[in-house]
Design a protein around this ligand. Structure first.
Ligand code: SF4
Ligand code: SF4
Length: 434
């Protein structure tokens, strides 16, 4: 009975904490401006199933993609067992789903094979990250917490899988001993190899190992759930809404600012008297200076980023030695929205620390972007760093007049000569006399 009470307290406590944290993240995402991406739900579902569930973009790099799919499938399927653990924990039963008979034995056997595949994949990823020195895992923005975060989760999964296999090995030994309470037989294709390690132990010690592994498994899962909210692994959840709300427009199409487009249309329409227009549709801000000027989709993008660096490794600016890294842009946005969210929680809506996104994303980074869209194309979950870069540039140009000199010359020429070149309109047809 005491075990059941402890279990319930932990289950309710961790679940409540998770709910509170997720609500805060939702609030932070909603700090962004509203945009409507509700249209064409059929295409959106398809995109989500293809990209998030089917991981179609992961396999563009086949080895890493395949191993990632193994971890993903293994982790999700093995955790079906959590349902059984929760029922057992609440009602004090043991392997309650064993009523499924041979199907249960087969299921546990399949879980064990998947656990072994997850283990192998995690060891491979750890080696790849820490020993093979793949450049995108060693860039500046990956120092400190991002690196620790990636390693922690791989180590955690390895330990979790070991605990699962150890639990099964000790359980099967107890069944063979006819220990009371342990009566369910199941297939042990992998955990049988643990038996030489623990086969000599007494019944009491085996029960200790089985119970410790069982508790570790469920506490580990609950702790993992709460760890997600401070980790890049939030993508396990957010990859789904993120791909559902993907930009379905043609790749590379820029989003125009309605207010500017309307203004230009009015200027070009000879039937409109500009002095008769009274509506004031000027936006509060042109482009984006801080996270509140971005849209909620862009903020959700930031929270969904897996920090895989595929965008940065495809970025021509980064490849040619510029300081721009689209991954860093996404990480900076997430860090900033966290600061602003915490500030608002503490000081209310008027929170202002005198800083903005431009304190962490430099002007040099922004103007290094060629707007080629390779980052968006490469992202396995359809994140769009380019849209953020363009919005920040818009702010620099339209509010700060802080465009590079070459661009300012072009702007002046367009304004004065009606074309990007520095020739007067009256000289335009001179070529025909040459
Ligand atoms: S759009 Fe900009 S940030 Fe993205 S890959 Fe191209 S140059 Fe890099
Ligand atoms: S934006 Fe996409 S590709 Fe780039 S690091 Fe994040 S998840 Fe990876």
């Amino acid at each position: 009975m005491i075990q059941q009470i402890v279990f319930l307290v932990l289950l309710i406590g961790f679940s409540a904490l998770f709910t509170v944290n997720i609500r805060q993240i939702k609030k932070n995402i909603n700090l962004g401006k509203d945009v409507d991406r509700s249209s064409n739900s059929k295409a959106r579902w398809k995109e989500m199933i293809r990209v998030a569930l089917g991981q179609s973009k992961m396999v563009h790099r086949p080895i890493a993609g395949f191993l990632h799919i193994l971890i993903y499938v293994g982790f999700v399927i093995i955790n079906i067992e959590v349902i059984e653990i929760i029922i057992d924990g609440v009602f004090g039963t043991h392997r309650v789903l064993s009523f499924l008979g041979p199907v249960y034995g087969f299921l546990i056997g399949s879980f064990e094979i998947l656990a072994a595949l997850v283990l192998i994949s995690c060891v491979f990823f750890l080696t790849r990250r820490n020993i093979m020195r793949i450049p995108r895992f060693w860039s500046k923005e990956m120092k400190g917490w991002p690196k620790t975060d990636a390693n922690l989760i791989l180590l955690f999964e390895i330990v979790l899988m070991f605990a699962f296999l150890l639990m099964n090995a000790s359980d099967s030994l107890l069944v063979a001993m006819n220990s009371s309470y342990y009566t369910v037989e199941f297939s042990t294709p992998i955990s049988q190899y643990f038996i030489p390690l623990i086969g000599h132990l007494s019944e009491v010690n085996l029960i200790l190992i089985e119970r410790a592994s069982w508790w570790f498994h469920i506490i580990g899962i609950l702790a993992f759930l709460n760890y997600l909210v401070v980790s890049k692994h939030l993508h396990i959840i957010l990859a789904f809404p993120n791909t559902y709300y993907s930009n379905l427009e043609s790749k590379g199409k820029f989003a125009n600012m309605d207010s500017v487009t309307n203004e230009v249309k009015k200027m070009l329409d000879p039937n409109i008297d500009p002095f008769a227009i009274t509506d004031d549709t000027t936006p509060e801000r042109f482009g984006a200076k801080d996270v509140k000027d971005l849209s909620w989709i862009q903020l959700m993008n930031a929270y969904s980023c897996t920090e895989c660096g595929r965008c940065t490794s495809e970025c021509p600016a980064n490849q040619t030695g510029k300081i721009l890294s689209p991954r860093k842009v996404m990480m900076d946005v997430r860090d900033r929205v966290e600061v602003v969210g915490k500030g608002i929680k503490k000081e209310g809506e008027g929170f202002d620390d005198g800083k903005s996104l431009l304190d962490s994303i430099s002007i040099e980074e922004l103007w290094a972007c060629t707007s080629c869209n390779a980052c968006t194309e490469a992202c396995p979950i359809n994140i769009d760093p380019l849209s953020i870069i363009v919005d920040l540039r818009r702010y620099l140009v339209m509010e700060e007049s802080a465009a590079p000199m070459e661009l300012n010359n072009i702007f002046n020429n367009i304004e004065n000569n009606g074309a990007p070149w520095q020739f007067s309109m009256s000289d335009r047809l001179n070529w025909k006399d040459e």
